[in-house]
Design a protein around this ligand. Structure first.
Ligand code: ATP
Ligand code: MG
Length: 225
């Protein structure tokens, strides 16, 4: 039996000083090559769940947790951040929060440089992800000059450059036009084929056609669609 990339076990979460948990006893697994969609109305906790799955909660944002999340069979809380960033990559709902360099190239090189990869390997990854995201012509552009959708594609590229086995896309297509969405769909298919696992959040279930299963969150309850 293959080990799931992520296992969520009886997981409940509430922000500090909130009376009721955002959800209780959430259970699901994400297998290699699987795409799980997450949908639900605004405020149901989709982004919060993404933060939990990528380790941002509780490392950087506090909250009350019960149950556990396993990554490759190990408690997520015990996986050191440099290792975690090579396992799980997240594209944030607001790409502005994720981009901070003065060129697209630096943005994509930032993660691999922190992993101390060789210059040649970093160059290979920059070229690969720019080609995959269709952003090669923006290599030397300042990300602040890009549109929201283009920023989302650069944020996706920066995450892909770390080579994670799991990608979490939190409304990562929200600012893309039809052509941009098609481009992301075109990227998703080969990633799945290559065995990557994906969690794709979108409040419109129509945008989750590539998902194998869709988890609907509402009023603290989770159901499969
Ligand atoms: N840091 C925080 N502290 C306290 N409450 C928070 C915090 N961040 C979010 N919340 C609340 O938690 C709930 C879930 O927020 P979240 O952003 O996860 O929802 P969402 O489903 O992603 O919504 P959207 O579809 O608008 O992106 C909301 O009621 C929000 O106000
Ligand atoms: Mg959200």
């Amino acid at each position: 039996m293959t080990l799931p990339r992520i296992q969520v076990k009886n997981f409940s979460f509430s922000f500090p000083d909130e009376n009721s948990p955002l959800w209780t006893n959430l259970n699901f697994s994400l297998n290699p090559g699987e795409i799980v969609g997450i949908t639900g109305p605004s405020g149901c906790g989709k982004s919060t769940l993404c933060y939990c799955l990528s380790g941002i909660i509780p490392r950087h944002l506090p909250g009350e947790i019960s149950g556990e999340i396993l990554v490759d069979g190990k408690p997520l809380s015990q996986v050191p951040l440099p290792q975690l960033s090579q396992k799980i990559g997240m594209v944030f709902q607001d790409p502005e929060t994720q981009l901070f360099c003065t060129t697209v190239e630096e943005e994509i090189a930032f993660g691999p440089e922190n992993l101390c990869l060789s210059r040649e390997e970093i160059e290979t990854r920059i070229k690969e992800v720019l080609e995959l995201t269709g952003m090669t012509h923006f290599r030397y552009t300042n990300p602040s000059q890009l549109s929201g959708g283009e920023k989302q594609l650069i944020a996706l590229g920066a995450v892909l450059a770390l080579g994670p086995h799991t990608l979490i896309l939190d409304e990562a297509m929200s600012q893309l036009d039809t052509a941009g969405r098609k481009r992301v769909q075109k990227i998703i298919r080969p990633l799945k084929k290559a065995g990557k696992s994906l969690i794709i959040v979108d409040h419109q279930i129509e945008n989750l056609i590539s998902s194998d299963r869709v988890l609907h969150l509402e009023n603290g309850q989770a159901s499969w669609r």
